[in-house]
Design a protein around this ligand. Structure first.
Ligand SMILES: [Mg+2]
Ligand SMILES: [Zn+2]
Length: 189
């Protein structure tokens, strides 16, 4: 009989701003949401491979008083709609709305959002991947024991130069990141 640990699924944890959509800085207006080319198609490929896709996003603009949770949710809903048009879907969205000065456990690179997702969706974090455009995304993966992909969209180009620890993969964009993940899984590493 299989132990429950064996049936826990892996997931691809995706950063939102700068990874799936352009990052203009503190995005909160749905009308200003611009998808990064190929991102929807890449997510659709993960869907087709039955890999859970979970967004983990730092939204400190709420804690800073720049916008509200309702604004974050409106942008997320618009994102879901744009993805759906292209046949792609997200399994869950987690975001940290705290100010960076708050000692919360959810702001990336802290692992709180991944741990919550693991509990709520039966995810095996150590077999999972994190894709993002910042050093905090790479560090999140390192701290959680997942594999990391830094994308060069968003802030990725400048973040690459200041990484504390190297990413497992540096990819041009989400399309290239997903191609690497699917190859890595096939290789069974
Ligand atoms: Mg980002
Ligand atoms: Zn937080």
């Amino acid at each position: 009989m299989e132990s429950s640990a064996n049936i826990r699924k892996l997931a691809v944890f995706l950063d939102r701003d700068g990874t799936i959509n352009e990052d203009p800085g503190y995005l909160y207006k749905p009308d200003e949401l611009v998808m990064i080319g190929g991102a929807a198609k890449a997510i659709k490929e993960l869907n087709a491979a039955s890999i859970k896709v979970i967004i983990v996003s730092n939204q400190s603009g709420v804690g800073r008083g720049y916008f509200t949770d309702a604004d974050v949710e409106a942008v997320n809903e618009k994102l879901m709609r744009l993805l759906a048009v292209e046949g792609a879907s997200i399994d869950a969205i987690y975001y940290c709305n705290h100010h960076p000065d708050t000692a919360c456990q959810c702001r990336k690179p802290n692992t709180g959002m991944m741990e919550q997702a693991s509990l709520e969706h039966g995810i095996d974090i150590t077999r999972s991947y994190v894709v993002g455009d910042k050093g905090s995304d790479v560090e999140l993966a390192k701290q959680a024991g997942a594999k990391s992909v830094l994308v060069l969209t968003g802030k990725g180009g400048s973040e690459l130069k200041t990484l504390k620890r190297p990413a497992d993969c540096v990819a041009k964009d989400l399309s290239e990141a997903v191609a690497w993940i699917l190859k890595d899984l096939k290789a069974g590493r």
